[in-house]
Design a protein around this ligand. Structure first.
Ligand SMILES: [Fe+2]
Length: 200
């Protein structure tokens, strides 16, 4: 079975274009969606088993993208930035990301990275920050998100969350898994975020 990677990129684009938000529009304005394909070997993760439930939870706008991820989960090149030593084995078993485009993803882009993050239920992703400016769009609701020194706030599916450069952020999932879309620009696109010990 060969993954139609062009379908992955076009479904990602189709979803992003449903978001009527000036910050998203500004991120994607310089993007040329005809990016060169990068040959990546499949890299499976345990967390991709969550995609069956996730596909049931997402909005109609996001369902084609989530269903594509679920269908082709074993052909895609999933990644993890952390090890069990960082946040524990339970985190590692319930965490993973897929870079659709960027400096290491399925499509080549040196200026902007775009991808998807999975977190399982009842997972804490502690405070962390990075130079790149970031937009997150949760595709499933029910996760608590914190920015800076603020409180944890439950965010709905298809909301826009903006993290300026080097501003801490953290997530706590609830009883359901999280799938979130991300966009990065303006900094190294393949770095390990700086993890801040602190309140979580
Ligand atoms: Fe981030």
């Amino acid at each position: 079975l060969t993954t139609n990677f062009e379908e992955l990129l076009s479904l990602f684009r189709d979803y992003v274009l449903t978001l009527k938000d000036e910050r998203v529009a500004d991120f994607i304005a310089p993007l040329d969606w005809s990016m060169p394909h990068r040959n990546l070997q499949p890299h499976k993760l345990q967390s991709s088993s969550l995609l069956d439930r996730i596909t049931q939870l997402v909005s109609n706008d996001a369902r084609p993208l989530a269903a594509m991820l679920a269908e082709h989960r074993d052909d895609l090149h999933w990644g993890q930035t952390y090890k069990a030593d960082d946040f524990g084995q339970d985190f590692i078993d319930n965490y993973g990301w897929l870079e659709v485009f960027g400096t290491r993803g399925h499509f080549e882009n040196d200026a902007i990275a775009g991808g998807l993050l999975i977190l399982g239920p009842n997972i804490i992703y502690p405070d962390h920050h990075h130079v790149a400016e970031e937009i997150y769009v949760p595709l499933t609701g029910g996760t608590l998100w914190r920015k800076g020194e603020g409180d944890f706030i439950e965010r709905d599916a298809d909301e826009i969350i903006h993290h300026p450069s080097n501003v801490n952020h953290a997530m706590k999932t609830g009883s359901e898994p999280l799938l979130a879309l991300y966009l990065w620009r303006g900094g190294p696109l393949a770095v390990r975020p700086t993890v801040t010990n602190g309140r979580s």
